[in-house]
Design a protein around this ligand. Sequence first.
Ligand SMILES: [Zn+2]
Length: 674
Amino acid sequence: MSNPLLHFAGLPKFNEIKPEHVSPAMDSLLAEGRALVDSLATSKEIPTWQNFALELENMDEKISRAWSQVGHMNAVVNSPELREAYNDNLAKLTDFYSDLAQDERLYAKYRAIKNSVDFDKLSAAQQKIINNEVRDFKLGGAELPKEKKARFKAISEELSKLAAKFEENVLDTTNEYAMFIKDGAQLTGVPEDVLQASKAAAMADDKTGHKITLHFPSYLPVLQYADNRNLRETLYRAYATRASEFGKPEFDNTPIITQLLKLRKEEAELLDFNNFAELSLATKMADSPKQVIEFLETLAERAKPYAEKDMSELVAYAKKLGITDMQAWDVSYVSEKLREEKYAFSDQEVKQYFPEAKVLAGLFKVVETIFGVFVRKSNAPTWHKDAHFYEITRHDGTLVGQFYLDLYARNNKRGGAWMDEAITRRIVNNKLTTPVAYLTCNFSAPVGDKPALFTHDEVITMFHEFGHGLHHMLTQVDDYSVSGIKGVEWDAVELPSQFMENFCWEWDVLRHMTQHVDTGAQIPRELFDKMVAAKNFQAGMQTVRQIEFSLFDIKLHSEFDPNGVKTPLNLIEEVRDQVAVVRPPIWNRFPNNFSHIFAGGYAAGYYSYKWAEVLSADAYSLFEENGVLSEATGQKFWQEILAKGGSRTAMESFVAFRGREPSIDALLRHNGMN
Ligand SMILES: [Zn+2]
């Protein structure tokens, strides 16, 4: 067999994989998969972990490992041929897995294992895998009687259509809007690069002057910098009323919101939940809507005095600028002026202190110190000369995990930064497979004879992604489906990544990763202090704003009755009465373009942003208590959180590490609110 994608004995053969390998490999793996599913489903043997679940795990591991190589190359060395092969096979793969999720013959066998006398003899990880499977089949409607099943399916289809239409309406109303400004004086204050872009955009439309749109790179700088208050108001109004009754009726999301809420409630009730929020939380770390609401309200209570202080400082500063009745369209503008006055420093200045080699050495040093491991460069075939390969070993030389690091932006590479799984740790028949991760960023490549220089934000991004990588690579779980980040609840998966970010705000850690590219000097304390202060600028206001969105979301999907007289707009006003310090105008239609919860995956889940921040800050606070580079604490973090992956609940792991349930104190303190 010469297809490199069908090579499972060692590391991926990135130097051999070609687009023409993709279809034959996936066709063969999927055919093998279908044959296996059929034989397992029709087998007369009593299903066990060994003869049933493990077989499916093996199949999933093979398909996923091959596909991850294709997906990764499609993301980092894209070409028209590869993209075509990727898209063709993605559809086949989606079909395969959706058939699998609907196969009730498999469900019956998982249930039989769960109810067998031998279930207790399985490892905790294996029990968790069986329980997750049974849960997911149930949530997919597997236990419903026939006519309810048909209704459930119809609702799911209708919900996807409505979500897609919601997003289209937001996009269409965003795209449709354009303001042409002939007189450049109207745009005083707006940065030069934005003006250049708006000029080019007007020219592309055969117009003179500037084209201003509701797309973020155009909208945001105008709100932040344009001295012209009327212009800011006009643009803000257009933005805040997108997809509402103030525009074209065919783009109005108001009826879609009501319909989505009704159908989500019906879907949840079919599955015996009281409301959609309960259904959403069934697979998350938070237990109940009540727990989430209490969490958010407690946080709001603590943050609101700081938000009010931020707000009165802003109002006072606005008066200095001649704005005596500050409005929603002034908030960004005044904030930007205040921020500049209080914390002026440039990213360019900071960047000179963060050359690549020093930053990488600093990151590895932190990992080596707290976890008692070595990180060093190693060798493996990669997809590009700028991608490198590393390994993590224990002090006795035992291999723990390996990773590819691909740092620079280039053509045909998808933007952003992410961690992905190349190979997942498992032990089958006493044979250990060590985990391998992809760590991908899009930082600026070195120019001339200077090394690559990173902004502080980029350094944070690297620590963040490395945290995901550690979750994947330091796992000690032996069974595939809950190993590493697999099976970790959605609202807990950012714990290790956000945890790692904390070190970038630690003076005694950060200064050792700095070395001015010309002078060799460490970063001055004064500059660092400014960076910290800038991080916490308006932290109170930002916190209550996130809480406003989160509370609206969770209440809308639990307490709120979509068939009642109260509207979503009434609800968001009530939430604002309780937590907000900035009151938008009554014609603001924020819910109509809140895509996260109506078109994305965040329905009854928006709270996760704050939830994960609380977990990571509170986990880090144990390091603050014991010494931020404490190896004993690091070992505990490894053993109780990173090692356990999805083999037990995130709450069990957290409590085992911290000795108690999460507390919001550390996050508030890190944000200067204590
Ligand atoms: Zn992340």
